[in-house]
Design a protein around this ligand. Structure first.
Ligand code: SF4
Length: 453
């Protein structure tokens, strides 16, 4: 292996999640998240088993309220009984907005994820609530993920730093410092974005900031709203691969708007590529033919473009080259679709909707050849090849679609709201009309721009 840099994993401490250890002394762990309703116990347990059989190490459930904690208790006990391939697959409760729900879930599952952006706003309340949660976690040997997302920072952090890498890192560090003071160490950190450049820059800043404070907690990596199909896989490979190549990452999730078990082989391929000494990275000459070649090329390109900030090209396959450059935010040569993976909060058939929107807009992709190639674009440029976000719920969707040009967001049962950037332009419209209205909205913007340019 001459071309690629040797893989050297960043040294991290060990976090215990039930019987599972996460950290640099252990293999990189693979996780996914349920897209069932957490209150549908039968479907949730069946999905847990499928994901375990596919090879996941951890599985997460959205936990909106105390009713979902009750459901999670049942899922957890059934999951323990089945004891299939990955016996006792540890379960994670995903909590937003409700610290009381985090407290309740911490007594039930192996790990709780909280989002500093919506846990509490003022420092005194954060300290009071978070130390209480840490005490429960200590008592029940429950691990915590402090999971920051681009687009969902607290108002205080936004006022201080804006929605910047620094703001995201400080948001995580505020919680980490309290945990260290309280002598609590079973922590995993994540900072995710649907923008791979933002995600990589922010994780590198977090590692640097932790190093300066002598903290070495394990990191969870993921590109949020990566989408589906080949584009979703390439985008995840660019973002996650960039950091894995730099030795960063102790657990990963490839978020796809597909069934959760479809995420596992992609994640496994990325982990194997970097960490298995028999992988094509180390055994074959670079760019040898294997079925997973696009994934590997994307992962190496992510490192070169987003970590080393070098030019990159792949003349052997121009389309793959353009797809990778677009995934790295260096080119916009076609409409960019971002879509959340869906979870128990999803308000509609996400996979079908993504498909319908892509279909409806497929004829629009060649709208203009003179626009869209610059990433520093004015609004008039972006309407040619806009970034369109398809988000399952109104709770997290509008914030987490971050820098999308248009948003299709589940607003309630069979209801959708449409956004132009951050502005809601059509609220609560029936779902059956929403795809058509979205296309109308984009075309209306294009006509307006056509008339004035
Ligand atoms: S945007 Fe809403 S529905 Fe989609 S994954 Fe996030 S919380 Fe779930």
């Amino acid at each position: 292996m001459a071309k690629f840099e040797e893989y050297q994993r960043r040294k991290t401490s060990t976090t215990h999640v039930g019987d599972l250890c996460i950290g640099s002394d252990y293999p990189i762990r693979i996780q996914s998240m349920a897209n069932t309703s957490t209150n549908d116990i039968e479907a949730s347990v069946a999905q847990t088993l499928r994901v375990a059989q596919a090879g996941a190490d951890l599985f997460r459930f959205t936990t909106q309220g105390l009713r979902e904690v009750e459901s999670l208790t049942k899922i957890h006990s059934l999951n323990s009984k089945f004891k299939i391939q990955n016996s006792n697959l540890p379960l994670v409760a995903d909590i937003h907005f409700r610290s009381d729900v985090a407290d309740a879930a911490a007594a039930v599952v192996e790990k709780v994820r909280i989002n500093p952006g919506n846990y509490a706003n003022d420092p005194a309340t954060i300290r009071e609530r978070f130390t209480h949660l840490l005490a429960i976690c200590k008592e029940h040997h429950t691990a915590l993920r402090i999971g920051v997302n681009h687009g969902s920072l607290s108002k205080r952090m936004m006022d201080l730093y804006g929605d910047t890498p620094k703001g995201m890192v400080e948001s995580a560090m505020e919680f980490l410092r309290i945990a260290v003071e309280e002598d609590f160490h079973d922590i995993v950190l994540s900072i995710k974005s649907s923008n791979t450049a933002v995600m990589v820059e922010t994780v590198l800043l977090l590692v640097d900031t932790m190093d300066k404070e002598d903290m070495h907690f394990p990191l969870h990596l993921g590109v949020t709203e990566a989408g589906e199909g080949q584009d979703g896989r390439i985008k995840s490979a660019v973002g996650i691969g960039a950091l894995l190549a730099a030795g960063i990452g102790d657990t990963i999730r490839v978020s796809l708007s597909e069934e959760p078990e479809a995420e596992i082989p992609v994640a496994q391929a990325l982990v194997d590529y970097f960490t298995n000494p028999n992988s094509p990275r180390y055994t074959l000459p670079p760019y040898s033919s294997t079925p997973l070649l696009p994934l590997y090329i994307a992962a190496e390109a992510g490192y070169q473009i987003l970590v080393k900030h070098e030019d990159w090209s792949y003349p052997q396959d121009e389309q793959l080259q353009n797809d990778i450059l677009q995934a790295a935010g260096k080119l916009r040569y076609k409409i960019e679709f971002v879509s959340c993976p869906g979870c128990g909060r999803t308000m509609f058939d996400l996979q079908k909707t993504v498909h319908d929107i892509k279909e409806a807009l497929s004829a629009e992709r060649s709208f203009s050849t003179k626009c869209g190639l610059s990433v520093k674009r004015s609004f008039s440029e972006t309407v040619c090849y806009p970034k369109i976000a398809i988000m399952g719920c109104i709770v997290n969707g509008p914030g987490e679609m971050a820098d999308a040009d248009y948003g299709y967001v589940g607003a309630g049962k069979d209801r959708v709201s449409l956004y132009r950037r951050k502005e809601c332009v059509l609220k609560n419209i029936p779902q059956e009309e929403a795809v058509e209205k979205l296309v109308e909205l984009i075309n209306m913007d294009r006509q307006l721009i056509g008339e004035t340019s």
